[in-house]
Design a protein around this ligand. Sequence first.
Ligand code: TRP
Length: 339
Amino acid sequence: MSESPEKPAGRPVVLTCAQPTGRLHLGNYLGAVLNWGRMQDDHDCYFGIVDQHAITVPTVPAELRDNTYSCLAQYVACGLDPARSRLFVQSHVLGHTELAWILGCLCPLGQLERMTQFKDKSRKQQSVDSGLLFYPVLMAADILLYNAALVPVGDDQKQHLELARDLAQKFNHRYSETFCIPEPFLSKVGSRIMSLQDPGAKMSKSDPNHAATVFITDRPEDVRRKIMSAVTDSGAEVRSGPDKPGVTNLLSIMSACTGRPVAALESEFAGRGYGDFKKAVADAVIATLDPVRVRYDELIKDKPELSRILKAGAEQAQATAFRTLSKVHRKVGFVERPR
Ligand code: TRP
């Protein structure tokens, strides 16, 4: 079989997706997007913005549209490179919902009802639409459509990935070997960036305390103010440890931003007090985020460029999606589409 241009020989396929939920924060950047960017060097990467998943909970159409563009601009600014990877919007690629339907026909209802995220989300709503229940099947389709080998996900998505693996195995077993069984890729670096105001909780974009979260598009003066007002712990010693959650968090942030090990930072700041230390953390975060923000500000004003990126991403993703889908249709016994 000849290699297709979309799939250079020997490069494992990586796919990950995120909902277009507005602004990314430092935790998303250091814990996820930065690592996705690094994977582009030796993997064949697909990065999806999943608008079809977004509508499983009530959404305002104009906000969804703006957030989708903004999300794309942020990803590109963070280093996801449209020249090397496919950046696409889920609804632009025909095949996600098609494959989800077929996988849904292999998926016991009980397995969906037991998903912890479904239970959490449905508790928060008065009435629950079936899209919310079907959400993990659509996610399995996102992954299997591109035959992804590796899926970078956060802890909260591990159960969904497990379902994708089950469905791939079931399909392979019922029909014949078709899908590769995707592995989770959990990154260690920066994956636990905590709130600056409550280091017992993860940094979150919806934290009501605005000083708790650094957004990647924050101005340098705001980044500095937030870091300088971060809670620290009793004692004046700059070291990490379970009794020092605030300082530990700042050390991990600085370590992820500078690439220097925590131990090296501890010795650099030994005997120097929190003020000096926080100033250095603020400098490191600003140095990391400033180029991202500058690039974002340019891109978000350039709709034609964003549209070009989406067009190229959709075309490339679609080529792979169609190949998978025709194979799946054939195996299931659907009659070939007349051309
Ligand atoms: N459910 C994921 C989240 O909310 C987003 C997602 C959709 C995803 N499809 C995916 C993640 C496929 C990885 C692979 O974070």
